[in-house]
Design a protein around this ligand. Structure first.
Ligand code: G4P
Length: 305
């Protein structure tokens, strides 16, 4: 799916989130497990400053498991509850309830002190386009009892999906737009397919992906495209380009004059990466963040901070 970002949409989405913040106890923030820094928007810190929050590292089926584990640890050290999730296959869902209970412990305790028992936690799902918000809500709702419909005291037209005795989700997710401040964030978002490919240069992206893969996952390209000897591309400057040509040759991508088409090969490589056919790959690791904005997080309640 491709997205174009219009200021009008962003303002509307932000206003919708602001309006709904008053109705909820908890924010469930989805990030992409392959790029947990670039796929989060620090605006959420302002919008949800007084709400407990849990972060779901979605599409974890496409990310490097060891790196995702490191991210969970990193987020937890910052006081954020984190769950690794594959919303499409519903793996990781079980851990959510326990994390909701931990994140909302203070609210649950407050209710109990007031004699209110078993009032479900109300949550809103938020995240950037394409991160899997609808997939998550739908797959979570599969086991849901029912939509709860309008209730007295709840803004007219709001639909709540009852997930369990203890959790209700607002059925309309909040949309955040990624911050495109530094070029690396933009590149990472583009590589996972969160931007309109037509306005990007696939060949340039493919060359940058090759550079990253060679650094962090040196065996994957050879394995996927059958390069017997990675040394065959030499070590000089244009190595990435020669690798792309190598992919073009192996995959029979030819231009008009019969020469290897790097443009076509770039398309194949990007698609192989995005679909996971290249392997489980994380583009960001905790510690190599330049996007420090998300690090200063605190939660309003429930985590003892
Ligand atoms: P959004 O509401 O946040 O915009 O995202 P949405 O749920 O529409 O998901 C965007 C794409 O990401 C969909 O693929 C969806 O299937 C895929 N997706 C969501 N969660 C996961 C996950 O945990 N793992 C993987 N691998 N993919 C996930 P699509 O190609 O746009 O649609 P479709 O072909 O699946 O219908």
């Amino acid at each position: 799916m491709e997205y174009q970002w219009y200021p009008g949409h962003m303002t509307k989405a932000r206003r919708m989130m602001q309006e709904n913040m008053g109705l909820i106890d908890l924010v469930i923030e989805l990030a992409d497990a392959r790029i947990p820094a670039a796929s989060r928007n620090p605006d959420i810190n302002d919008l949800a400053w007084n709400k407990p929050r849990i972060v779901l590292l979605n599409k974890s089926d496409l990310a490097d498991e060891a790196v995702t584990r490191a991210w969970m640890k990193h987020l937890e050290q910052e006081g954020v509850y984190a769950v690794s999730l594959d919303a499409r296959n519903r793996s990781g869902m079980k851990a959510i309830d326990a994390n909701v209970a931990k994140a909302c412990a203070a609210k649950i305790e407050r209710d109990r002190a007031r004699g209110i028992l078993n009032r479900p936690v109300r949550a809103m799902v938020v995240g950037i386009p394409n991160v899997g918000k609808s997939t998550f809500i739908n797959s979570f709702a599969k086991k849901a009892v029912a939509k709860t419909g309008n209730k007295p005291g709840v803004t007219k037209g709001k639909q709540w999906i009852r997930m369990s005795k203890t959790l209700e989700l607002l059925d309309t997710p909040g949309i955040l737009w990624p911050k495109m401040g530094d070029p690396e964030t933009g590149l990472h978002l583009a590589l996972i397919g969160s931007m309109n490919d037509e306005i990007l240069d696939p060949e340039k992206m493919a060359l940058q992906l090759i550079e990253m893969l060679e650094r962090s996952y040196p065996e994957l390209l050879g394995k996927r495209y059958g390069f017997e000897d990675p040394g065959m591309f030499g070590n000089e400057e244009n190595r990435e380009h020669r690798i792309l040509e190598g992919i073009a040759k192996v995959r029979g991508c030819l231009g008009k004059g019969g020469e290897a088409s790097c443009e076509k090969a770039a398309g194949i490589l990007l698609e192989d990466f995005r679909s996971g056919r290249l392997g489980r790959i994380s583009l960001e690791r905790p510690g190599d963040e330049t996007k420090g904005d998300m690090q200063e997080e605190t939660h309003a309640e429930g985590n003892g901070n």
